[in-house]
Design a protein around this ligand. Structure first.
Ligand SMILES: [Zn+2]
Ligand SMILES: [Zn+2]
Length: 370
């Protein structure tokens, strides 16, 4: 008898527990159905709060480079067009306006409305494509009464005038809809700030000198694109160089001596050669010619590594990645780069934030694109 009773009790308990669990599930599901709107509202508010707060989050004093775009003209699922956001103290700058980069800048928590100036390295389409979008956001997201400064070598006047013209109707619509107090008509568009470089091959000029931030433009060699420049940024003992598009050149080496981070463009010729050899499969009749041409005005990862070694930079970051690169092929892309440079090499991908705290030696890199 005892054995029979003790056999029924666990079964009874199991049944009760099962009913209990089912009841809880039913209650949760019913509550989910009844309070669906409230649950979604709670979740949406939480996400929106996080997104908005990320734009006002104050970083520790230092020099920061946000890789908003690390690609080039070819479509790459992991990379939009070239664009680097530079933050130093209370100052915010954008270097180049690659296609799709304005979206990434926002997603990374930077407010284009607070940008002090946009600096262009040259005027190939992959470096200016989002300029109009950035001008609009500087105005509408900042209620700025003055157009954003667009700094660049000679020719920047033509580019800015073209974007101003193309976006003039959009500006009219926004003033009519939001009102002049929110979007002051005087703040629409951009103001070209061209600079001139002397004829020397290694010519340079300081284009920003404000609150401890110094930005120096220097000539690079992207022939026949002329003038093309790179930028060096200095702030409170920290420094970085952004190459723009170039073949290896003395001027860049001169500016890169001992900097914390060299952000150098990179194109792997062996991979471009594979595309060239298979170009007949593409519906694009120009692909074979373009892939034969482009190695002549870019730098291989191996050559970028040699430059990093010669100039004793602390960290090499490759961007303007050509060709489009799935992460699995990073090692193939780097080729023999590690033989030439013993320091750390990062293959750039959109959303990386490089942090250089003021008056320190620390360099940290983390992914912040969410
Ligand atoms: Zn380019
Ligand atoms: Zn270019």
């Amino acid at each position: 008898m005892q054995n029979a009773n003790s056999g029924k009790k666990p079964m009874g308990r199991l049944l009760k527990a099962t009913i209990g669990v089912i009841s809880i599930i039913v209650i949760v599901v019913l509550a989910g159905v009844v309070f669906q709107k409230q649950i979604f509202t709670f979740a949406a508010t939480k996400i929106i709060k996080q997104r908005l707060l990320s734009q006002t989050h104050k970083k520790a004093d230092g020099l920061y480079a946000g890789l908003a775009g690390t690609g080039a003209p070819f479509p790459d699922i992991n990379r939009v067009g070239p664009c680097i956001v530079v933050e130093a103290g209370n100052n915010l700058y954008i270097i180049d306006a690659g296609q799709g980069s304005a979206r990434n800048i926002g997603l990374m928590g930077f407010n284009i409305g607070k940008v002090d100036a946009i600096l262009l390295t040259h005027f190939h389409s992959d470096h200016i494509a989002d300029l109009g979008e950035m001008m609009i956001q500087h105005w509408a997201a900042g209620s700025n009464a003055k157009p954003v400064d667009v700094i660049g070598p000679k020719g920047v006047e033509t580019v800015v005038a073209g974007f101003n013209h193309a976006y003039s109707l959009d500006a009219e619509y926004r003033v009519a809809f939001h009102g002049a107090a929110t979007v002051p008509p005087s703040g629409a568009g951009g103001r070209a700030r061209p600079f001139a470089l002397s004829s020397e091959e290694d010519a340079s000029i300081v284009v920003v000198d404000k609150e401890g931030v110094k930005i120096t433009a220097f000539k690079v060699n992207h022939y026949p694109v002329y003038p093309a420049v790179g930028y060096r940024v200095d702030y409170k003992g920290r420094s970085l160089v952004i190459s723009g598009d170039t073949v290896p050149c003395q001027s860049l080496k001169k500016q890169s001596q001992g900097v914390d981070v060299l952000l150098h463009e990179a194109q792997q010729p062996t991979m471009i050669k594979i595309i060239h050899d298979q170009a007949g499969l593409s519906p694009n009749p120009s692909l074979a010619k373009i892939t034969a041409d482009i190695p002549r005005y870019h730098t291989s990862p191996e050559d970028a590594a040699k430059i990093a070694s010669e100039t004793s930079v602390k960290h090499l970051v490759l961007y303007h990645i050509l060709p489009p690169l799935p992460p699995l092929l990073n090692n193939m892309f780097l080729g023999d780069a590690a033989k030439y440079y013993k320091g750390p090499i990062t293959v750039g991908v959109d959303g990386l934030l490089i942090s250089l705290p003021a008056n320190s030696n620390k360099i940290s890199i983390k992914q912040i694109l969410k």
